[in-house]
Design a protein around this ligand. Structure first.
Ligand code: ZN
Length: 113
């Protein structure tokens, strides 16, 4: 599973960060996930519970912030949020292409104790 590897590196990163700060525990991890990244919150949460066991990240609260996918119309240049179905421009009906917004997956911040 895709999320397993992603979660594994995420846990490693936050534990490294917390260790650098001499933290005893990580209480909260804020993640930013783009709608196009195909990462599912529930899967990350599930793997996190397994992977973080025995680390200082164990029991940390995961907060997911979803970023909507942004598209730009090839015909008129309009930038729009991807509609639930298709990629059509709401202004002229032209074909939209991804702007790159919505593909992100990163750790926004962590809360340590
Ligand atoms: Zn358009």
């Amino acid at each position: 599973m895709h999320e397993y590897a992603v979660t594994q590196s995420m846990v490693k990163m936050v534990v490294d960060e917390a260790n650098k700060a001499n933290a005893a525990k990580i209480s909260e991890i804020r993640l930013v996930i783009g709608d196009l990244s195909t990462i599912i919150d529930d899967s990350v949460q599930m793997y996190f519970d397994i992977i973080s066991e025995g680390t200082i990240a164990q029991g940390a609260k995961l907060i997911f912030k979803r970023v909507k996918a942004e598209f730009r119309c090839k015909s008129c240049g309009e930038v729009f949020i991807k509609p639930p179905v298709g990629f059509d421009c709401p202004k002229c009906g032209g074909l939209g292409t991804p702007t790159g917004v919505g593909k992100e997956f990163y750790i926004e911040s962590i809360e340590i104790e």
